[in-house]
Design a protein around this ligand. Structure first.
Ligand code: NAD
Length: 266
């Protein structure tokens, strides 16, 4: 654990998959707002601990790191326990870790199906199961599940991803209902295109197939689905997460919030 100063808000946020992309953007915004941070992701532990130390120093919060593989439910529970042990609690849980694989249903590799369901859906369930009891005891909690527009609508070649993300939206609603009596809000954020490592291979595949530049391929990919052709930035989702954690969002629960350039308006 890295300690630069005492916590500003005395609340701890655990953000799964915060070693890159959207999770990192959310972790940065939460730390900047004064929340202590449990960082997590599949990266070298020494580098992860260095990242936690730099968060602590830059934002004057406490910070720690875990490289738990969330395909394993035991590791998910251990991650929540590590956060409580090292930072004292899990007041804010952001279930963000996720992977993607695109292929037609009949060709979809069995192991990819299991991995996507395990990381994108099951880990959110097991993390909530581990974190909610103490949130209920304290009478305060914020759970933010990073779903996707694919929790609301489908795209071809994304069977496991759409199944997992629709599951996350349903799980969010149930958890919101069950914990509405305990000061806990549970919401899903449903981004459209956000340029991260998860999406770059999809852009590169179009560039390769059509022999066009990466930038042309990106414009085509986004324009196929979104009315607005610019991609959402991870920091924008971080700002939304900070709002959901605030007192102003105390009654906002059970929602699935699209941030999608009007993708799902059509
Ligand atoms: P990313 O690849 O940049 O980050 C994924 C994170 O998940 C990383 O920290 C990685 O280490 C972690 N992770 C992957 N496999 C793991 C495993 N087995 N165990 C533990 N952690 C693991 O991707 P991203 O785009 O930032 O995606 C973050 C979330 O946002 C995902 O749930 C994704 O489905 C969702 N999302 C992304 C987009 C987009 O356009 N990028 C759109 C909608 C939703």
């Amino acid at each position: 654990m890295s300690t630069a100063a005492s916590a500003k808000l005395n609340k701890v946020a655990l953000v799964t998959g915060s070693s890159s992309g959207i999770g990192l953007g959310i972790a940065r915004q939460l730390a900047a707002a004064g929340y202590d941070l449990m960082l997590h992701g599949l990266m070298d532990v020494t580098e992860g601990q260095a990242m936690a130390a730099s968060f602590a120093e830059q934002h004057q919060v406490r910070s720690s790191f875990s490289d738990a593989d969330l395909r394993d439910p035991t590791a998910v529970k251990a991650l929540v326990e590590q956060c409580i042990e090292e930072l004292g609690s899990v007041d804010i849980l952001v279930n963000n870790a996720g992977i993607q694989h695109t292929e037609r249903l009949e060709d979809f590799p069995e192991q990819k199906w299991h991995d996507i369901i395990a990381i994108n859906l099951n880990s959110a369930f097991f993390a909530m199961q581990a974190a909610i009891p103490a949130m209920r005891e304290r009478g305060w909690g914020r759970i933010i599940n990073i779903a996707s527009v694919h929790g609301l609508v489908a795209s071809a070649q994304k069977s496991a991803y759409c199944a997992a993300k629709h599951g996350v939206v349903g799980l969010t609603k149930v958890a919101a209902l069950e914990n509405a009596d305990a000061g806990i809000t549970v919401n899903a954020i449903c981004p459209g295109w956000v340029e991260t490592d998860l999406v770059k291979p999809q852009i590169q595949a179009i560039a390769d197939q059509q022999s066009v530049s990466y930038e042309q391929a990106r414009a085509e990919l986004v324009g196929q689905k979104q009315a607005m052709t610019s991609m959402t930035q991870p920091a924008m989702l971080g700002a939304l997460a900070v709002f959901l954690c605030s007192d102003d969002a105390a009654t906002m629960t059970g929602t699935a919030l699209p941030v999608d350039g009007a993708w799902t308006s059509q």
